[in-house]
Design a binder for this molecule. Structure first.
Ligand SMILES: *Cc1c(COP(=O)(O)O)cnc(C)c1O
Length: 354
């Protein structure tokens, strides 16, 4: 018999990011800041020095040093990945083990389940309580199920809720599993466990350059943890996982702490403005939309007809993300992008049909 694609692969739903050329893109939680001419010039200068005929530095030493400085940890407590996405894949495939259990708290970032299924791990899911991780529930389940890995995003994509550092640390200390805390959105909140992670035997924190840092196109993410875990990750990763151009670009950008802080503050202001505007709109159309609180760079709207609004926005050139069936997840954009989105949304809400 000829080759058959395994059943579990055939069953998978492909990740489906929007690809159309929409003038307003608020669907992927990226930074709305382009590098800008000055920073771009520095990045290009660094990329020009790349030896394209050579393989990249397998340990991305200079990049990890810049990241460690940025995060306030030691370089040996950091490993770089081709986006944090690659690190999620590596951690699950190498650290969980075949037929072992991965515990997730859903709704959450879909990649945790996606990679668990590809690598034939049993993905055990706990429901979130009002959008938040139920720490006691996870702790109980991690023991009862003898989970190898517990993984969740904090703050959460897509619910926008966060768990306090003290509660995350309690889970880390009391669970026998490897706890992976994906802090992709922690730049927008203040409950990171980064300063404690090196002292924990069983915890990895994931960080990314794709959100506040503004380098989604370069695909650079990090895992931070105690040296033993980080050394183990270095052993299992593909040797040249982060290409030389991305290493050079991210190294330059992560050194710009003042500029990044300014941009971060602008993103926070944009998110606050967007949420305030949606709050007002929701008061005018309470039967159509409800604005949910978030601690992230995206707003969340629960809608009577989320697919209808989603399609209506696309027709008006605004791409947001349809999320959890009945919600729209909207990235904080530039002032102009937010205004175009709000205008289109208001038009749609005035119509009878949505
Ligand atoms: C955006 C995001 C990431 C970042 O992934 P990269 O591969 O680093 O771009 C990680 N986790 C969550 C929950 C995210 O939403």
């Amino acid at each position: 018999m000829s080759y058959q694609i395994p059943e579990r692969v055939r069953r998978l739903q492909a990740y489906d990011p929007s690809t159309g050329a929409y003038p307003v893109r608020l669907d992927a939680n990226e930074s709305f800041f382009p590098l800008g001419p000055e920073l771009m010039a520095e990045v290009l200068e660094a990329v020009e020095k790349v030896e394209f005929q050579r393989y990249p530095d397998p340990y991305a030493a200079e990049l990890c040093a810049a990241a460690a400085d940025f995060f306030g940890v030691k370089p040996e407590e950091v490993v770089a990945g081709n986006g944090s996405d690659e690190l999620i894949m590596l951690i699950l495939s190498a650290f969980a083990g075949r037929d072992r259990k991965v515990l997730v708290s859903e709704p959450d970032f879909s990649m945790y389940r996606f990679y668990s299924e590809i690598y034939e791990l049993q993905c055990v899911s706990m429901d979130k309580k009002r959008g938040s991780v139920d720490i006691d529930g996870l702790l109980r389940a991690s023991r009862e199920e003898d989970a190898a890995v517990v993984i969740f995003s904090n703050p959460c994509n897509p619910t926008g809720c966060g768990v306090k550092a003290v509660d995350v640390l309690r889970l880390c200390r009391e669970s026998g599993a490897l706890v992976v805390v994906d802090e992709a959105y922690m730049d927008f909140w203040s409950e990171s466990i980064l300063k404690d992670v090196a002292g924990l035997p069983n915890t990895l924190v994931l960080k990314t350059c794709s959100k506040a840092v503004g380098l989604a196109g370069a695909r650079v993410g990090f895992a931070v943890g105690n040296r033993e875990l980080i050394d183990a990750l270095k052993k299992v990763k593909s040797p040249f996982n982060v290409n030389s151009m991305s290493q050079a670009a991210a190294r330059v950008v992560l050194r710009k702490k003042d500029l990044l802080r300014e941009r971060l503050n602008a993103i926070r202001r944009s998110a606050q403005g967007l949420k305030n505007a949606l709050e007002l709109l929701a008061r005018r159309y309470p039967e159509k939309i409800q604005s949910l609180p978030t601690v992230t760079n995206f707003a969340l709207l629960r809608c009577a007809d989320a697919p209808g609004l989603y399609r209506g926005l696309l027709e008006r050139g605004v791409c947001v993300r349809l999320s959890m069936g009945d919600c729209l997840r909207v990235t904080a954009g530039s002032a102009g992008e937010n205004a175009q989105f709000l205008k289109a949304l208001e038009e749609l809400l005035r119509e009878e049909s949505v």
